[in-house]
Design a protein around this ligand. Sequence first.
Ligand SMILES: *[C@@H]1O[C@H](CO)[C@@H](O)[C@H](O)[C@H]1NC(C)=O
Ligand SMILES: *[C@@H]1O[C@H](CO)[C@@H](O)[C@H](O)[C@H]1NC(C)=O
Length: 280
Amino acid sequence: MLTFPALIISLILGFLLNPMNSHLDSLATSRILLLTAHPDDECLFFAPTVLSIQRRYPSSQIYSICMSVGNADGLGVVRKKELEASLDVLGIDQDRRWVLDHPELKDNISVYWNPDVIASVVQPYVLEHSITTILTFDGKGISSHPNHISLPNGISHLVATFPSNASSPPPRVFTLITVPLVHKYIGVLSPLLAKLDLSVGDLLARAHIAGIGPPSIPVAISDVAQYRTALRAMQQHSSQLVWFRWLYVSFSRYMWVNEWAELTLATPTSSQRSPTPLAI
Ligand SMILES: *[C@@H]1O[C@H](CO)[C@@H](O)[C@H](O)[C@H]1NC(C)=O
Ligand SMILES: *[C@@H]1O[C@H](CO)[C@@H](O)[C@H](O)[C@H]1NC(C)=O
């Protein structure tokens, strides 16, 4: 009678203790730029991908640009330092990370940033470091924060206006898929469900069932060790650790699972604006 629960528990532990990735090769090019809006986005939303790339693709170099110091509450100076400490934990080198503080790109929950300004501010970094992939938010911006939503639009613009005489081609762009709210806060269940998805898809593909297979989008799923690294990165953001952020951190799917869609110029992201953005 004890074996069934034991089997379930060992299955769950097995799932949690092993990272799992799918189709990350298309993301993990040689020089990857993570583009975020505010200090703490890097660990709240993107840690599974950063940590998976570092483990699986050690020759890929990860760069980071945070577009603002997060000064909406006047804590910009503090938050910039917290971001540095967080990026130390996530293993992004000091000479590959920048925090911008542009007058037209201020942390503000009621402001959409101008795509032209984003493109012109980011382009020099992309050219100088021959960035091959840019990772950023999608058109729903995870929490519907207008600053997040602005980033894929700005990067579309960057790619569309990429100088033809540049020494490297325009980067590929991937956006972090915003999942429906019902999936967003299921915390520790999300790596389990996401892995189950991948495994079942895999089985079906092996059984040659036409039209069904593992999702062909890039997916990164953290294991417990990677989750704890993300948590440690989040702990560097002391000024942000109010109780509701702890709740977020405990239950958010993005602390465990990242799914990516490639942004192509044929299908630019539309800003899907929500009247009630969350301040995350
Ligand atoms: C945010 O933008 C709105 C509208 O432009 C402005 O009224 C407000 O003062 C700004 N807030 C901050 C913190 O700058
Ligand atoms: C590309 O052209 C622009 C002007 O059209 C020029 O300013 C820039 O220096 C050129 N870059 C390279 C790498 O040749």
